[in-house]
Write a protein that binds this ligand. Structure first.
Ligand code: UDP
Ligand code: MG
Length: 155
């Protein structure tokens, strides 16, 4: 059975300010992933510290916390076949200058500090990040879409 996963994706404040929300969602929809959670919110200091706890102590940590709180984000949960790696593939590498052309970060960002989109990097971080931003009852998984048809066809 191919692996169906969930991942946490966020359009970061620079992406929201630049009007890239629709473009980013479109890329995930076009790929065939299933959107099961969506909200716009201001990240609190506590949420930011939880989200980026793994980077505590790194030189960019304080700036990263300020960045993620510099305006509203659009928080999302996406589901589908290998969606964790698949989403990161669509996003491109952390540094937009080395990200492959055609990825979100290569196409829409200049520097690592403002790279417009976040995506979980493992099943564990996905579940942890989803729980920071969403209550289970806020996720809508009770409809069929292409992502599930793909899984069923392969299964
Ligand atoms: N970041 C930064 N400078 C760095 C490394 C990371 O500003 O040298 C920021 C950047 O916004 C990145 C985030 O910190 O997206 C989290 O870093 P991570 O290594 O987890 O990259 P990601 O998983 O977002 O590709
Ligand atoms: Mg990361």
């Amino acid at each position: 059975m191919p692996e169906e996963q969930r991942t946490f994706i966020a359009v970061k404040p620079d992406g929201v300010k630049r009007g890239l929300v629709g473009e980013i969602i479109k890329r995930f929809e076009n790929k065939g992933f299933k959107l099961i959670g969506l909200k716009m919110l201001d990240v609190t200091q506590e949420m930011a510290e939880k989200h980026y706890g793994e980077h505590k102590g790194k030189p960019f940590y304080e700036r990263l916390l300020r960045y993620i709180q510099s305006g509203p984000i659009v928080a999302m949960v996406w589901k589908g076949y290998n969606v964790i790696a698949g989403a990161r593939h669509l996003m491109g590498k952390t540094d937009p200058m080395v990200a492959e052309v055609g990825t979100i970060r290569a196409d829409y960002a200049l520097i690592m500090e403002y790279n417009v989109v976040h995506g979980s990097d493992s099943p564990e971080s996905a579940e942890r990040e989803i729980s920071i931003y969403f209550k289970p009852e806020e996720l809508c998984d009770e409809y069929n879409n292409m992502a599930e048809s793909v899984i069923e066809d392969l299964g």
